[in-house]
Design a protein around this ligand. Structure first.
Ligand SMILES: [Cu+2]
Length: 398
């Protein structure tokens, strides 16, 4: 039925077009073909000229009006050192293409007006011009070479891994349907080994706890990083493709099941400083709740965030984690409050995992002994793992 209606519409449309054609033809005959053509040329060429000018003004005005809403411009400066070099490249490309856009746009509409059809005017026949060929080959070649080299330079800058002996923090972000699991290395600064076969509800990273490096690893629900310190993120996925996306840091990398990727960046603006920067823009000074004068502004409520930039399923939109960039001191205070995942969720819990058809205890030490000195936290019921005691086999204190 729908098909028939569409077919009928097409037929009707064709009839209308034919009828309009006939009417135009008849009026042209009545008024004289040449006059009609001349009049049409005048109107069309002027119309194009006006359209060209209005369109150009609209482009400039809308770009400056929406500047603060666009990630790369206005108050939305890159919050990472590496991101700034991406922004620079982006701006250079925009300047080059912008110049070309202005020149071609103006010429296109000006020429359509200047060379409109007029009586007695003939077309210039120019089959070939060496000078013109040279110009429009050489200029784009030089500009593109410059852009490609600048691009490669930025790429090498942004994609460089950490060097040996360099001071950095390594964390892991593991994408799954539908959340980002986060892992920090704990006081030893090293992430422990993991094996996807060991993944269970109480061991979401599939950590192999026979590796002492992993016993102090903790899994926070937000990313907290100190300003000015290099960070290396191990990016992994548990089920399908995800994408580790930190827009304010210009960080975007696929999380691929089976192929670990990484991203290195250095945060340069704390969350608090970024809020103050945003507060310079009118848009960001709007109240969160316009009907409540007491409510906070958008800038005050701002937080950096981690998103998933790969459409990974129904709950894709919910893969959000808050990112906080703080001072070194605040970072250290936060670290002190974090507790080992092993000690709190696996140790002495009696969970089981099936590896290659064989049932094993999730806790390799089965709660009896542990290679770390496990102490009862005096202020809470949680168990924390002490630093620098990885070699001691101590019985669990209860
Ligand atoms: Cu995702």
């Amino acid at each position: 039925m729908t098909g028939l209606i569409i077919l009928l519409c097409i037929v009707m449309l064709a009839i209308v077009i034919i009828q309009i054609g006939k009417v135009t033809e008849l009026t042209a005959q009545i008024r004289g073909e040449k006059d009609a053509q001349k009049e049409s040329n005048e109107w069309n060429s002027k119309g194009l000229l006006i359209f060209g000018a209005v369109f150009l003004i609209f482009c400039v005005v809308s770009a400056s009006y929406y500047r603060d809403d666009m990630l790369w411009y206005g108050v939305n400066e890159s919050a990472s050192v590496e991101g700034s070099s991406i922004d620079n490249l982006f701006n250079i490309t925009l300047i080059c293409t912008g110049i070309v856009f202005f020149i071609t746009h103006i010429l296109l509409f000006w020429f359509s007006y200047k060379y409109r059809g007029r009586e007695g005017r003939t077309v210039l026949y120019m089959p070939h011009d060496n000078r013109l060929e040279m110009i429009w080959t050489a200029v784009p070649a030089v500009v593109l070479t410059f852009l490609v080299i600048a691009g490669l330079d930025t790429w090498n800058d942004v994609m460089a891994d950490v060097k040996e002996g360099e001071d950095y923090i390594e964390i892991e972000a593991n994408g799954m349907q539908f959340a980002w699991n986060l892992r920090y290395p704990g006081p030893d600064g090293k992430l422990g080994a993991r094996d996807y076969k060991r993944i269970t509800a109480s061991n979401p990273f599939g950590q192999d706890f026979t590796d002492p490096k992993g016993l102090d690893d903790f899994y926070p629900d937000e990313i907290v990083l100190p300003v000015g310190k290099k960070v290396r993120v191990r990016i992994t996925a548990r089920d399908v493709l995800h994408n580790f996306y930190l827009p304010h840091f210009r960080t975007k990398m696929d999380a691929i099941p089976g192929i670990p990727t990484y991203w290195v960046f250095t945060p340069k603006i704390t969350t608090e400083e970024y809020r103050q920067m945003l507060a310079k823009s009118d848009e960001w000074n709007e109240k969160m709740d316009p009907s409540d004068p007491e409510s906070k502004t958008r800038a005050e409520m701002f937080n950096y965030e981690l998103a998933c930039a790969e459409l990974c399923g129904k709950g894709h939109y919910s893969m959000r984690r808050v990112v906080r960039i703080v001072s070194q001191q605040e970072y250290e205070d936060w670290l002190k409050k974090q507790q080992s995942w092993y000690a709190n969720n696996v140790h002495n819990k009696g969970g089981k995992v099936v590896i290659n058809g064989k049932e094993e205890s999730e806790d390799p030490f089965e709660g009896k002994v542990t290679p770390v000195d496990v102490v009862k936290d005096s202020t809470s019921t949680a168990v924390t793992v002490k630093k620098d005691s990885t070699a001691i086999a101590a019985p669990v204190k209860k």
